[in-house]
Design a protein around this ligand. Structure first.
Ligand code: HPA
Length: 266
């Protein structure tokens, strides 16, 4: 059996308006879901083992702000195996369930001193020049996915409106994807800044490309956890990433709630 019928059997057939992937330190947001049905990734064929501290591996289907959502608590990263297609079964399952929107969240380093740790950045575009494209190996002309407007303009307006309504300051910027798991060198960060990036991180972009291929509308939110290498007096660390993301989870939850109310009719 594939994952979609298992999810329908566990959580019902009612349409799901939005899927939300929770990044490092943001997993506890899944606890806010009401009428929750919880399905471990291990029960869902093709779903990844999640092996990074700060990530659980559970799908939570229920309601947030009265909207039916599927919250993915934990993701697999390219750096765990070298395979950027690792989230393909997850994204394909969301498409099979007919979920029209996907909100991806992550923890990221800032390339701008005036976007300090604790900031929330809506992703307006990305740079993905340094890792393998997750569509490599697919057949058919639909693999040549245009990436113009990959971060859906209407969903970006809903994020901005939702953040304003909840009085959370919101940055917008370009997210550069690196595979990790080592952090960047200060020279790499200077290079990424020259290329036009505002934030840097090790996730999200493969999911965006897979989701655009599958026809979902995509939005992205970065929790800024640190100034990137060379911009702070200390080096970045996973411990800092987890701690700052956890501290910022309430603001992120407010933006996500505002987003849901702005873009989905009850
Ligand atoms: N670099 C890459 N990924 C990250 C960072 C960073 O500085 N912070 C959180 N995720």
């Amino acid at each position: 059996m594939t994952a979609a019928p298992i999810i329908r059997a566990a959580a019902g057939d009612a349409p799901i308006a939005c899927a939300i992937v929770l990044g490092t330190g943001l997993g506890p947001l899944a606890d806010a879901v009401e009428d929750a049905r919880v399905i471990p990734y291990g029960d869902l064929p093709g779903f990844p083992q999640v092996g990074v501290s700060g990530h659980a591996g559970r799908l939570v289907v229920g309601r947030l702000e009265g909207r039916r959502v599927a919250v993915l608590q934990g993701r697999a990263h390219t750096y765990e195996s070298g395979d950027s297609r690792v989230m393909k079964p997850v994204i394909d399952t969301l498409a099979a369930l007919g979920i029209p929107r996907l909100l991806l969240t992550n923890a990221a380093g800032s390339l701008k001193p005036d976007m300090p740790p604790g900031s929330i950045m809506a992703i307006e575009d990305h740079i993905a020049l340094f890792g393998p494209n997750p569509l490599i190996g697919l057949k058919g002309d639909d693999r040549f996915v245009p990436m113009n407007g990959a971060y859906d303009p209407a969903l970006r307006r809903a994020i901005a409106g939702g953040a304003a309504r909840r009085r959370v300051a919101l940055f917008e910027g370009v997210y550069a994807w690196v595979t990790g798991p080592s952090f960047e060198t200060p020279a790499e960060i200077r290079a990424l800044r020259t290329l036009g990036a505002d934030a840097v991180g090790m996730s999200t972009v493969p999911e965006v490309i897979l989701a655009r291929h599958a026809g979902l509308a995509v939005a992205g939110l970065s929790m800024i956890t640190n100034l990137a290498a060379g911009l702070a007096p200390h080096a970045p660390s996973h411990a800092e990433t987890k701690a700052v993301a956890t501290a910022g989870a309430a603001a992120m939850e407010a933006v996500i709630r505002g987003f849901l109310t702005e873009c989905i009719d009850e």
